[in-house]
Every structure is written in structure tokens, then in C-alpha cells.
Design a protein around this ligand. Sequence first.
Ligand code: NVA
Length: 204
Amino acid sequence: MIRTYSQAAVEEFAEQCYVPVINGLTDMYHPCQVMADLFTVIEHKQDYRNLKYCWIGDGNNMANSWINAAAIFGFELRVATPAGYEPNAEVIARAEKAGAKLLLTNDPKQAAAGADVLNTDVWASMGQEAEQKEREKAFAGFQLNRELVELSNPGSIVLHCLPAHRGDEVTDGVADHPRSRIFDEAENRMHVQKAIMATLMGNR
Ligand code: NVA
């Protein structure tokens, strides 16, 4: 398992390896987190496939992996980012070619309206700390707050991969909302990562 910045480094390592290599996080993708998130959805909403998902904020590694998940599982995903912070263009193009139901917008309300799962992440990911101030300006208006939760479907749930910057991308009111599942989600990281390893080791 490699947790690093460069996706190319992980791919090169995997090419040279005789055993499976798990992407523990790169600048480009964070698949293990999305698997834990989907498991959390299954726990709380039973069927994860026929739901509407929204992503509010940065078009980062998490957003890219959610787009991959939308292409694989066929659920509807709306992604609202500020202009200039969209997810990776190649990831979007590949997902759309595979028939993914994607809505890409700069309007968080459009993404949240009627959503069953609301999801966000920090505005500055690991390695982008120097951009924090500039990003706070660009992402103003892309905070997951009560107004957006109220636009979502009754029974919707809120996810965040943590750690959160409360008051930036998510308010206290939403992180601690009765519909928030962020701590179940954090717990599920452990269980789902064990499942990934067990599966890759042939379920021994
Ligand atoms: N986008 C975040 C995810 C952290 C779990 C980062 O890469 O820092």
C-alpha cells in the first residue's frame, strides 16, 4: 500500500510488482476512502446504487475517485466546484465515455437539490497548504451548510473523509447534524481496508 502524492509513482511501482499494490491516496485518486464511504452508504441507505450523490467543493483526489465510482456503479453524481477547481478532465472524459451520469456545475445548490448523499472535503489537500488563503477566497460559497442540507432529500446523509476544517468546507451544524455519518465513515475506513487486503490476499 502506498500513500503518496504522485499517481505515476504508484502506477510505476505496480507495474514492477508481482503482488497487488493498493493506492492509499495520491494527488489524483483516493479509492480506499470512496470504498469506505460507499460501505457507509450501504449501512444507512441499504441500496447504494439508486441514489443521487453530490460533491461540493474541490475537484480533488476524492472527487476524481467519486467520478470513477459513478462510472463503475452507475449512480447519479453531481459535482459542484468553483471555476478553475474542476475534477481532472481525463477522469471526467473517461467516465462520461463509460456512461456515467455526471452533472458538473459551479452551483452548489443545483448539486445539492434532491441529493441523497452530500459529500465534501477540505479546500486545500495535503501538499496544498501554501494555497490555503487563496483557496478560502475561491471556495467561499462552496461550504456544506444547513441551507444545502435542507435542499437535499429527506433522509439524506452527510459524509466527509476527515479531517475537516469546520467553518470552512463544512459548518459545525452540518458536521454534527443528525444526518451526519462522518464518524461512522471514519470507523468504516478500518473495516473496509481490512476487506480490501483480505480480498487481494485471496480471502485467506
Ligand atoms: N483530499 C484530501 C483527502 C484526505 C483524506 C487530501 O488529499 O488531503
